[in-house]
Design a protein. Structure first.
Ligand SMILES: [Zn+2]
Length: 111
């Protein structure tokens, strides 16, 4: 391990996704650290009403929209969230070999 991913492309995301999500990527603080890429498989809302992405690796990760520090408009709409399914987020918990997170059932989105 110890690899540094130089760009979001290294996470295996297609160029079209990268282009569309440029503003999102700029708000991801963990891109330059040593993290393990893991795809979003679903979402749920935590006790405080914040959206949490459920990752393929078994960990959860907050994806809250909290302007002006964190801009993630996509997380506010079902369409936006759906568009990010399969997107790989860097998972710090994997890096730290953390045990899987407790995971409530994924939110049921209107189609
Ligand atoms: Zn993980």
């Amino acid at each position: 391990m110890g690899r540094v991913f130089p760009s979001i492309q290294a996470f295996g995301n297609p160029p079209s996704v990268v282009e569309n999500m440029r503003h999102v990527l700029q708000s991801m603080p963990n891109l330059n650290s040593n993290v393990v890429p893991s795809a979003i498989t679903g979402y749920h809302v935590d006790d405080e009403g914040h959206w949490v992405a459920q990752l393929q690796c078994g960990h959860n990760q907050h994806v809250r929209h909290d302007p002006p520090l964190v801009r993630r408009e996509w997380v506010l709409t079902p369409k936006g969230r759906r568009s990010m399914l399969g997107f790989r987020l860097g998972c710090k918990k994997c890096r730290e070999s953390a045990p899987p997170d407790a995971r409530p059932p994924a939110a049921r989105e209107p189609s």
